[in-house]
Design a protein around this ligand. Structure first.
Ligand code: 5GP
Ligand code: ZN
Length: 137
């Protein structure tokens, strides 16, 4: 299924042109228009799924396998020093386009991408709460 109001559906299916690094029957890999670093790319499935919770497992597995393959190719081609694979789900997690996608972010020594978080402390109370909630499911 495609969503007529979704920009990534249009890009993935070639209705809007994009800088395409790779394409097959199910996916298109494009350069991000607002790159965190040189080579920042996005894996888009051609079918519309809002996020990780909606995409079927079989397609999701292939999307992450493609992420590994692309990361290897990009590392060789671009000579990056490291690599982040990022996948946001929900506004709280920073998702802005609600069509499942995987960010491929080449990293270079001393780049300024700033992909980080402020480390907290795992308290005994939080640990016990999380373990018990997870075991209950
Ligand atoms: P999110 O925040 O949803 O995980 O990531 C959305 C990404 O899509 C952002 O990095 C943003 O720069 C990129 N983006 C948004 N609109 C377009 C577009 O029209 N074309 C391309 N190539 N990238 C886009
Ligand atoms: Zn879509």
């Amino acid at each position: 299924m495609k969503d007529v109001n979704c920009i990534f559906c249009k890009i993935a299916n070639g209705d809007i042109p994009s800088a395409t690094l790779y394409e097959d029957d199910d996916f298109r890999v494009i350069l991000d228009l607002g790159p965190a670093t040189k080579g920042h790319a996005l894996i888009l499935p051609k079918e519309h799924f809002a996020n990780l919770f909606e995409i079927p497992e079989e397609l999701e597995t292939r999307a992450f396998a493609l992420a590994k393959k692309m990361a290897g190719k990009m590392k060789d081609a671009l000579g990056c020093d490291g690599f982040n694979i990022v996948q946001n789900n929900g506004i709280a997690a920073g998702q802005t386009v609600f069509h499942f996608h995987i960010h491929l972010i080449p990293r270079y020594d001393h780049d300024e991408a700033g992909i980080s978080w402020k480390p907290g402390t795992l308290t005994e109370e939080a640990k016990e709460e999380i373990l018990s909630k997870m075991r209950a499911n």
